[in-house]
Design a protein around this ligand. Structure first.
Ligand SMILES: Cc1cc2nc3c(=O)[nH]c(=O)nc-3n(C[C@H](O)[C@H](O)[C@H](O)COP(=O)(O)OP(=O)(O)OC[C@H]3O[C@@H](n4cnc5c(N)ncnc54)[C@H](O)[C@@H]3O)c2cc1C
Length: 548
């Protein structure tokens, strides 16, 4: 007998789990199908070095998960706990370092070692970002209206969007335009003169991005990462207990507590449709599950070009998905360490240093050159690295005295997603470790185990097509109403009853849970509207069939 559920969620990453928890909490029978043996997607903790070490395989810090979502889903009750991350620490080859402590006076002193002018400019820079974050931050939580649609409900939602503009004055309008269209280099070079500041601050503009700091659009990428710190909706960056798998374990426990069923090793082979309406899914083992509503959180190229027959979708939608840009050239390196690094410039243990964001980037030009090499088809000679050691705070991750280190690095050519070059990837990882050795002598001999996850493994094993960490680049042409296709940023799809809620939808790009929460809002609103149409007979039906 074919199993039947109210809703099936394809993909057990954090967005799928958030959606499942909210759906089950609303009383809908919900089934999650995850292809891997473990839940979590890109927010997962695994044991590549055996049971002693817990590694946060891909993503490593949390900041964008809205506090009200954490409260709604009672995540603290299910083990969710975040250790605040220490500030930036950028050790340099010359034997000095740049730190950005949270304390203002201390920070001024640290930056002044490189430039007194930069120390003064930093407060202005932060204030500038805070102003922009206060305007753009709340938009992250919106379900984008269908811009350009003439249907009355869409026109109403477009008008509602204008309320955000009330906060924008003439200065703000120009600042937002420049932020959205400019590069991170445009921004940081306006404020700062020292290589140390420019290099350190340029990194958050290119994290996960197939673009160098001089490429247009990278200023916004920085703000996206910064929204959690700018009085937007979330808190500061931190390490979840148990790695990022701690977040998804709490979400899974929450979803189960509300009655959702979560299946692993359950790859979906087809999303079935009939007459333009979704009818359920078929698993790779042939099992069928019927449902009037299906949510896909898989990468859009998987969902719409493989699990569905593109011939069943409108041609312009298929064109948008085929043209979806999803490159990044990121390499994640995870290490088990026998001891903490001893930095030549700061030899003593300091939780604010070893437990901070350790950045290897000598200058903005060095970061740009690293990108240009990858564009030319060669892995970077001097890759930048954004490093953390969560075991400084979380003793569940490694045996006493030992540690796990997460290194987020860029770039190898994005084509490594399809044509991996394992030897080149290994040599690249050696160079990253050599960079650490240069600022922390003896580091190499402290490495007990290493795991190198390049674009190919991200694509083949984790479903991150093209190796992009966000299911799709955060470029201006792929944001808000354009994420991921014209007319479908509202989390619906061209197939009736089929919704989308992965990172390639608005609010996604990071462990935000926003698409997972918003899709449930959309589904419940559509169910209410359908009930209203049934009750009001021909009038309601006519409204529903009005052209877009
Ligand atoms: C190296 C790296 C570092 C990152 N660092 C951070 C960070 O520090 N902080 C942060 O906030 N974000 C970070 N991110 C981004 C963040 O992890 C992702 O944006 C987010 O986890 C994606 O969540 P999701 O639920 O939308 O998708 P995913 O986590 O990708 O989940 C989708 C799920 O669908 C499953 N799936 C695919 N096809 C099928 C199928 N046919 N049947 C069943 N299941 C299927 C996949 O296996 C996967 O589990 C990072 C990402 C990477 C790769």
């Amino acid at each position: 007998m074919v199993m039947r559920r109210d809703v099936i969620v394809v993909g057990g990453g954090h967005n799928g789990l958030v959606a499942a928890a909210y759906l089950a909490r609303s009383g809908l029978s919900t089934l999650v199908c995850e292809q891997r043996e473990v839940l979590g997607g890109a927010a997962v903790s695994e044991h590549p070095f055996g049971p002693d070490f817990t590694v946060t395989s891909l993503s490593y810090v949390v900041s964008l998960l809205p506090p009200d979502l954490v409260a709604d889903l009672q995540l603290a009750r299910h083990g969710y706990h975040v250790f605040p991350q220490g500030p930036y620490f950028a050790p340099r080859v010359g034997g000095d370092y740049l730190r950005l402590p949270y304390d203002r006076t201390e920070r001024h002193r640290e930056i002044s070692k490189f430039s007194v002018r930069d120390a003064g400019a930093y407060e202005e820079y932060e204030a500038h970002l805070a102003r922009l974050g206060a305007i753009l931050g709340p938009l992250l939580d919106e379900i984008p209206p269908r811009l350009g649609s003439r249907r009355p409900p869409d026109l109403w939602r477009q008008a509602l969007l204008l309320r955000h503009l009330r906060k924008v004055d003439t200065r703000g309008a120009v600042d937002i335009t420049r932020l959205l269209t400019g590069s991170i280099a445009d921004l940081v070079e306006r404020y700062f003169e020292s290589d140390a500041m420019r290099g350190l601050l340029s990194v958050s503009g290119v994290i996960g991005t197939w673009a160098g700091p001089r490429s247009a659009g990278t200023a916004y990428v920085m703000l996206h990462h910064h929204i959690g710190d700018t009085g937007g909706q979330a808190g500061a960056w931190g390490f979840p207990r148990g790695g990022m798998g701690g977040v998804t374990a709490a979400l899974a426990a929450s979803a189960r507590s509300f009655g959702a069923e979560l299946r692993t090793a359950a790859p979906v082979a087809r999303i079935r449709t009939s007459g333009g309406q979704v009818t359920g899914v078929t698993l790779e083992n042939g099992e069928e599950v019927d449902a009037p509503v299906v949510i896909t959180t898989a990468h859009p190229k998987i969902a719409f070009l493989r699990l569905l027959d593109p011939a069943d979708l409108p041609a312009d939608f298929v064109d948008d998905i085929k043209g979806w840009q999803t490159r990044s050239g990121t390499v994640k390196i995870n290490l088990a360490l026998g001891a903490l690094p001893v930095f030549a410039s700061h030899p003593d243990f300091d939780p604010q240093v070893h437990g901070g964001t350790i950045v290897l980037a000598e200058s903005l030009n060095e970061v740009e050159n690293a990108y240009q090499e990858a564009v030319a088809g060669r892995p970077s000679t001097a890759p930048f690295a954004d490093i953390c050691i969560p075991s400084v705070f979380d003793d569940s991750l490694a045996p006493p005295g030992q540690h796990v280190m997460s290194l987020f690095t860029q770039w190898v050519p994005h084509t490594f997603a399809d044509e991996p070059d394992d030897a080149a990837l290994d040599a690249y990882a050696d160079r990253v470790i050599a960079r650490l050795e240069a600022v922390a002598p003896g580091f190499t001999s402290s490495v007990l185990h290493r795991q190198v996850i390049g674009p190919h493994q991200m694509q083949a094993e984790y479903g991150l097509v093209g190796g992009n960490i966000f299911h799709g680049e955060l470029s201006l042409g792929q944001m808000f109403h354009a994420r991921p296709a014209a007319g479908y940023a509202d989390l619906r799809t061209p197939v009736g009853g089929l919704y989308q809620a992965g990172s390639a939808t608005h609010g996604g790009g990071g462990v935000t849970g926003i698409p997972g929460r918003n899709v449930v809002r959309q589904i419940l609103a559509d169910r209410r509207a359908a009930r209203w149409r049934r009750r009001s007979g021909p009038v309601g039906a006519a409204a529903a069939s009005a052209p877009r």
